[in-house]
Design a protein around this ligand. Structure first.
Ligand code: MEV
Length: 438
């Protein structure tokens, strides 16, 4: 059977499913039923989701959870988190509760600069290019400003443009590096429109100036950068070491071991990746729930974690004058207008739950969510180990996978209360219970 097709995108949704079901599944009816059971019965809502992207045939549900009791800069928040991984929301909630009685989370916006670049080649003298750039700079700025009327009215827009000679890295390669203030928008569309308008002017003007020359300028591409090392937010918690545990020796040991765990992630990339993954468990969940682009955030954050040439922990912990300080600074380009923010009813609800924050407030909240997640992970790792909490949730997933009844779940959860949970053993216990009952 031919597993390729022309014009798939032109088929109706039903016909797309029909074609897939007959070509890729042993049980075509089951495949169709599985896909269609996730369709929303509200047709208008389903159409909205269908139109977010192309070739939509169903919806993949991800749990939308909430971590309450986050005290951030003196205000309480309940954080919406879209994530499928067990323990993440529970861990965030526990960290929120722990820090609530120790002063809560403090945050600071360090910068909000976004970046875009026009990448081009030129086979002539750099001096000529720089002198042309200087005379065209004002026109380039005005061209960007024409695209930016609304952004400028609100106080944003293009802030700087520079010509950069990159020929040491790649033959004939130059770029125009532009910085922007995009206010409450993440800014991707806006930045790309500005860049494309400037690139057109730049290429036309330069090639007109080079009309009688053998040299040529060619724009390769114009695109925003998801690396935003000057769009930074800091989140911090601190308390006297003595407030970390009732027993003072334990409190001291706890703080020291916690600091060591962070130091390991600062010098050991294998550990740093997992450490930062834990941070992103929180950040991605909040970013996704608030309709932001988590791939952009991920790419930018990990690039930032490597900015010294070695991949390192994003967070830092220390003990200073008997004070335990745990903090993190990271780049987050987020938006609270545009994109899905008004379109997706759950995203709109998530933003309302956060008090309809502006982009800077959302940066603060997301950074806190990441720090809380990192705190919870290190707290478990340096004390009980991670499996205890993880496996409790995992147990429910195993039991659900085997359609355990509520009675079976309660009995088995009790049996495994103080035991290590292994998938095989749980399944064996469940089967044994079922055999005994028959
Ligand atoms: C699991 O999703 C995240 C952790 O591995 C993070 C960490 O090790 O710090 C628990």
């Amino acid at each position: 059977m031919m597993k390729q097709i022309q014009g798939f995108s032109k088929l109706s949704k039903q016909d797309k499913i029909e074609w897939l079901a007959t070509h890729f599944f042993q049980n075509a009816d089951l495949a169709k039923q599985t896909l269609m059971q996730y369709w929303n019965s509200n047709q208008q809502l389903q159409q909205l989701h269908d139109e977010f992207t192309e070739n939509t045939i169903s919806n993949l549900y991800i749990p939308f959870g909430v971590a309450p009791n986050f005290l951030i800069d003196g205000q309480f928040y309940s954080l919406p988190m879209a994530i499928e991984e067990s323990s993440v929301v529970a861990a965030a909630s526990n960290a929120a509760k722990f820090w609530q009685s120790r002063g809560g989370f403090k945050t600071e916006i360090i910068g909000t600069e976004k970046v875009g670049q026009i990448h081009f080649t030129f086979n002539g003298q750099a001096d000529f290019l720089f002198s042309q750039f200087n005379s065209l700079k004002q026109s380039l700025i005005e061209t960007a400003n024409e695209v930016s009327a609304n952004m400028i009215k609100r106080g944003g827009g293009l802030t700087t443009i520079d010509l950069i000679d990159k020929t040491d890295a790649l033959e004939n390669y130059y770029q125009i590096h532009a910085c922007f203030e995009t206010l409450d928008a993440m800014g991707a569309n806006y930045i790309n429109s500005c860049l494309e308008a400037m690139a057109k002017l730049w290429e036309n003007e330069l090639n007109a100036a080079l009309a009688n020359s053998t040299h040529k300028l060619e724009v390769v591409m114009s695109i925003l950068s998801n690396y935003v090392p000057n769009c930074l937010v800091k989140a911090q918690v601190s308390c006297p070491v003595s407030a970390l545990a009732k027993d003072q020796d334990k409190a001291k040991q706890y703080a020291q071991k916690f600091v060591q765990a962070v130091q390991i992630a600062q010098v050991e990339p294998y550990r740093a990746v997992t450490h930062n993954k834990g941070i992103m468990n929180g950040i991605d969940a909040l970013v996704l729930a608030t309709g932001n682009d988590f791939r952009a955030v991920e790419a930018g954050v990990h690039a930032y974690a490597s900015r010294t040439g070695t991949y390192r922990s994003l967070s830092d912990a220390r003990i200073e004058n008997d004070e335990f300080i745990f903090e993190m600074t990271l780049p987050l380009a987020l938006g609270t207008v545009g994109g899905l923010t008004k379109l997706h009813p759950l995203v709109k609800l998530a933003l309302e739950m956060l008090g309809n924050p502006n982009a800077q407030e959302l940066m603060r909240i997301a950074a806190v969510c990441g720090l809380a997640q990192n705190f919870a992970a290190l707290n478990s790792l340096t004390t009980t180990g991670i499996q205890k909490g993880h496996m409790k949730m995992h147990l429910m997933n195993i039991l659900n996978q085997f359609q355990a009844t509520e009675e079976e779940k309660t009995t088995i959860a009790k049996m495994y209360e103080n035991k290590t949970i292994s998938h095989t053993q749980v399944v064996e216990t469940l089967n044994a219970m079922r055999d005994a009952a028959n």
